[in-house]
Design a binder for this molecule. Structure first.
Ligand code: FES
Ligand SMILES: [Fe+2]
Length: 402
C-alpha cells in the first residue's frame, strides 16, 4: 500500500485541536485509506433490527465502499455477510430492503441459504466443493435493537459500548419499532467534514433556527447543559420515572439522555409529539432525548415518540452518502397516529441546511489558501473527539501497514 506513506505524513503533521491537513479532506489516497483503515475495521451502525422483522428479511447497503447484506435467518438470528458472490464476486443482493428465502446471485444464479451456505450451483466440475464457497460472514452486534457490523476479522471491543447504551435505549423499545421513512442524500463533501458538522452545534443557533427551538444549542457543554439547575431537575424526574440518563462515553461513542427546551417534548417543528402512539409512555412522553453517537459515522436521537438515525458513508474523496431514518412504534398507523410529513420535517430541513454548510466547507477547504484552524473548546469539543479518534485509529492502521 504505497499510498499509505503520504497519509502517515499527513497524520503526523496534524496540529492537535485543529481541523485536519487539507489532503485528508480532499485526496483520492486519503479516501482509499479511510475506506480500508476506518470503515474496514470500526463498528458501523447499519440500522435497527426491526427493519428485519421476519426470517428472510434482508437489507443490503455499503460500509465504506464494501457492499454487505444483513438478514434474519430461519431461527430468528441476525447475520451479516459480504455481499459479494463466491463465484466471480457479483453483488448478490440489490441495495435496500427485501424479503427472500434464498440469496440468489443475479449473474449465474448461485444460491445461498440464509446462513450463507452455497446450496444451489449449476454446471461446475465434479471436484468443485460448495462447502468451501459460503458467503463470507461479517461480525454483527445487536444492542437494544440497534445493529452494528464490523468488517474486521478481529473487530474492536464492543461490550463496553453495549453495556453503556443498552439501559439508555431499553425504555425506547426499539425491537417494537418500524421504519416510517428514510431519505438519502449525496453530499459533495468528504465524509469527515460531514461528521465534523454533525458533531457540533456551534452553527445551530444561526443556521438551524427550527432545530434550535427544540434544545439549548448555545450551552457550555453540548448536550450536557445545566442552566439554573434545569438538568438536575430533569435528571431527578427521569430517575424517579425509572429512565436512565447516562452518560456513557468511550473512545468511539457517547450516549446521554438530555432535556429538550421547556415545553418541547420531541424534535419536531412545533416541539410536540409527531406520533400519538408513544414508544415511551412514561411522564406523558416528556422525557427529553437520548442522543447516541458512534465514530466513525452515526448519530441518533431517541425521543418518546420516534427515533431518528443518521449515518454517513464515504463514496468518494469529496462525496458522501448520508442516510436518515425515522422509526415509530410498530402499531402506529400512518395517517391516524402520525403523518410522515410532520414526523420528518425538522430533520429533513436541518439536513438540507447542513448539506449547504458542508458543501460550502469543502469548497473552502479546497482553497490553495486553506490552513487547519482551531476548534472552539467550548462549542466543538465533540468535533475534537471525532478527529482525535480518527487520527489515532488512522495512525495505528498506517503503522500496521508499514
Ligand atoms: S458471480 Fe455470482 S453466480 Fe456468477
Ligand atoms: Fe447542522
Amino acid at each position: 500500500m504505497p499510498e499509505y506513506g503520504r497519509v502517515r505524513q499527513l497524520l503526523q503533521s496534524r496540529r492537535p485541536g485543529h481541523s485536519l491537513p487539507q489532503a485528508l479532506y480532499t485526496a483520492q489516497d486519503a479516501f482509499a485509506f479511510d475506506v480500508r483503515a476506518i470503515f474496514g475495521r470500526a463498528w458501523v451502525l447499519v440500522g435497527l433490527a426491526c427493519e428485519l422483522p421476519n426470517p428472510g428479511a434482508a437489507m443490503a447497503l455499503t460500509v465504506g465502499t464494501s457492499p454487505v447484506v444483513v438478514l434474519r435467518d430461519r431461527t430468528g438470528d441476525i447475520r451479516g455477510f459480504h455481499n459479494s458472490c463466491r463465484h466471480r464476486g457479483a453483488m448478490v443482493c440489490p441495495p435496500g430492503h427485501s424479503q427472500r428465502p434464498l440469496l440468489v446471485c443475479p449473474y449465474h444464479q448461485w444460491s445461498y441459504d440464509l446462513t450463507g451456505k452455497l446450496v444451489g450451483v449449476r454446471r461446475m466440475q465434479a471436484d468443485f466443493d460448495p462447502a468451501a464457497h459460503s458467503l463470507r460472514p461479517i461480525h454483527v452486534r445487536n444492542v437494544a435493537g440497534a445493529l452494528y457490523v464490523s468488517l474486521a476479522e478481529d473487530p474492536p471491543p464492543f461490550d463496553d459500548y453495549a453495556e453503556g447504551l443498552a439501559p439508555l435505549l431499553a425504555p425506547h423499545d426499539l425491537p417494537n419499532a418500524k421504519l416510517a421513512h428514510s431519505a438519502e442524500f449525496i453530499e459533495k463533501a468528504n465524509w469527515k467534514l460531514v461528521m465534523e458538522n454533525a458533531r457540533e452545534c456551534y452553527h445551530c443557533a444561526v443556521r438551524h433556527p427550527d432545530l434550535a427551538l427544540t434544545f439549548p444549542t448555545e450551552v457550555r457543554a453540548h448536550f450536557a447543559a445545566d442552566e439554573a439547575g434545569r438538568v438536575d431537575r430533569f435528571n431527578a424526574r427521569m430517575q424517579a420515572a425509572g429512565l436512565p440518563i447516562g452518560p456513557t462515553m468511550g473512545d468511539w461513542w457517547q450516549a446521554i439522555r438530555f432535556p429538550l427546551n421547556d415545553g418541547v417534548v420531541s424534535m419536531t417543528m412545533d416541539g410536540k409529539h409527531a406520533v400519538q402512539k408513544l414508544m415511551v409512555p412514561q411522564e406523558n412522553g416528556d422525557i427529553g432525548s437520548v442522543r447516541w453517537a458512534t465514530e466513525p459515522n452515526s448519530f441518533c436521537h431517541s425521543l418518546a415518540d420516534h427515533t431518528f438515525v443518521f449515518t454517513a458513508e464515504p463514496t468518494g474523496p469529496q462525496e458522501t452518502l448520508v442516510t436518515t431514518k425515522w422509526f415509530v412504534h410498530k402499531d402506529a398507523v400512518e395517517g391516524v397516529d402520525y403523518h410522515v410529513e410532520s414526523l420528518v420535517a425538522l430533520w429533513l430541513t436541518t439536513n438540507k441546511q447542513d448539506i449547504e454548510l458542508v458543501e460550502n466547507n469543502q469548497r473552502g477547504v479546497n482553497s490553495i489558501g486553506y490552513l487547519p484552524g482551531p476548534y472552539s473548546e467550548e462549542a466543538e469539543s465533540l468535533v475534537g473527539r471525532f478527529t482525535n479518534w480518527y487520527c489515532r485509529e488512522a495512525t495505528l492502521a498506517a503503522e500496521e501497514v508499514g
